[in-house]
Design a protein around this ligand. Structure first.
Ligand SMILES: CC(=O)SCCNC(=O)CCNC(=O)[C@H](O)C(C)(C)COP(=O)(O)OP(=O)(O)OC[C@H]1O[C@@H](n2cnc3c(N)ncnc32)[C@H](O)[C@@H]1OP(=O)(O)O
Length: 327
């Protein structure tokens, strides 16, 4: 068997550097490293690593004398104690008080406990918007994706991605435009014609199927609930006046579910006494309300995914007969 010295000699003969001590080995490494840094092929570690916090500062931070800057600020939930808290309310209280999903939304989105009629309204919105059959944009995309063999999350998000200004994502804009028009004292005529001049469709108005003589039951249910439980429905009444005007122009220009939720949420915010004017403006400006549709419709889209998998549906292909091929 060849000795270690013999092997080293063979390597030296082949032009390799073979250090004879650990110190010599370190020197070779350092020399090679410095050469690579000089050539710009690598970056010295000290330049890419954050500076070490000195030990005395570290102990001052640990003892609470110095507040280290944080990369994230969070104000809605806390997971550090024995149980998670939503806006300061421990999970056990949420369960013991019999809170529902409307209360959880109140805590996590609005950072406060809202009165029962408000959380009930939120829950009705979620239930009414959970699904609307297999033919609407979101469900269609989800079904096609599930049938292409994709997983739950892919099928869900492919449906969610259709939510936008034409489908389910007009709640925030409806709230914005109705609020602005009402607060400025515009008549429905001035509002609708003003939008027409700007070339903007009135968000919350119009439907593919529903008509003046075939109203959307969901809109009726929301309005009936609000009339019974809300202290004031001034924005809803304004939206109805706008609808009366748009229906005089065309029979499909009904107040749709997005418009109903948008206008009624304005009434919830303004009438509950739980929000300052500044907070209402911020909620409308940031756009919280499309979140209701996104959350609700996720329930249906998940259902459509499971349905297709359960039915073992094959890859979807759209029929040629249903496409107009033209030049
Ligand atoms: C859960 C939901 O998805 S509800 C819908 C949420 N979306 C909205 O509220 C956005 C505003 N509305 C719209 O964009 C439409 O009414 C839709 C997309 C909902 C339905 O549209 P469609 O049935 O396809 O109507 P279509 O696009 O054919 O328009 C028919 C006529 O009504 C007019 N029109 C339709 N909606 C509106 C509106 N909101 N404001 C003013 N005019 C309108 C159109 O300009 C068109 O007139 P024209 O033929 O003279 O150009």
């Amino acid at each position: 068997m060849e000795s270690a010295q013999g092997k080293n000699q063979a390597l030296r003969d082949a032009g390799a550097i073979v250090p004879t001590s650990y110190e010599a080995f370190e020197a070779v490494i350092k020399e090679t490293f410095d050469k690579l840094v000089e050539q710009g092929k690598i970056t010295p570690l000290k330049e890419v690593m954050p500076p070490q916090i000195p030990e005395d500062l570290n102990s001052a931070i640990k003892s609470g004398k110095v507040r280290a800057p944080t990369h994230i600020i969070s104000t809605i939930s806390d997971d550090r104690g024995e149980e998670p808290c939503y806006a300061g309310v421990p999970m056990s209280s949420i369960v013991e008080r019999g809170y529902g999903v409307g209360d959880v939304i109140s805590l996590l989105w609005f950072k406060r406990s809202l009165p029962r009629y408000c959380t009930h309204f939120i829950e009705i919105c979620i239930m009414l918007c959970a699904d609307h059959g297999p033919c609407v944009s979101g469900a269609h995309n989800t079904i096609v994706t599930a049938r292409a063999g994709k997983d739950l999350v892919s099928s869900l998000v492919s449906g969610l991605l259709t939510i936008g200004p034409r489908f389910g994502g007009a709640i925030d804009d409806a709230a914005r435009y109705f609020k602005d028009a009402y607060d400025r004292g515009l008549t429905p005529y001035e509002f609708v014609e003003g939008m027409k001049k700007k070339g903007i469709r009135v968000p919350g108005i119009g439907h593919r199927i529903k008509r003046g003589d075939n109203r959307d039951k969901r809109v009726e249910l929301l309005q009936r609930f609000a009339r019974t439980h809300f202290p004031s429905v001034k924005y809803m009444e304004y939206a109805i006046q706008v609808e009366t005007y748009t229906l005089s122009k065309a029979n499909n220009l009904v107040l749709n579910v997005d418009g109903a939720i948008g206008s009624l949420f304005l009434d919830l915010l303004a009438g509950s006494g739980m929000f300052s004017k500044q907070e209402i403006d911020e909620i409308v400006e940031i756009g919280y309300l499309n979140g209701l549709f996104v959350l609700a419709r996720s329930i249906g889209l998940i259902g459509h995914t499971f349905d297709q998998k359960r039915l073992k549906q094959p890859l979807y292909r759209h029929p040629w007969e249903d496409v107009l091929y033209t030049k």
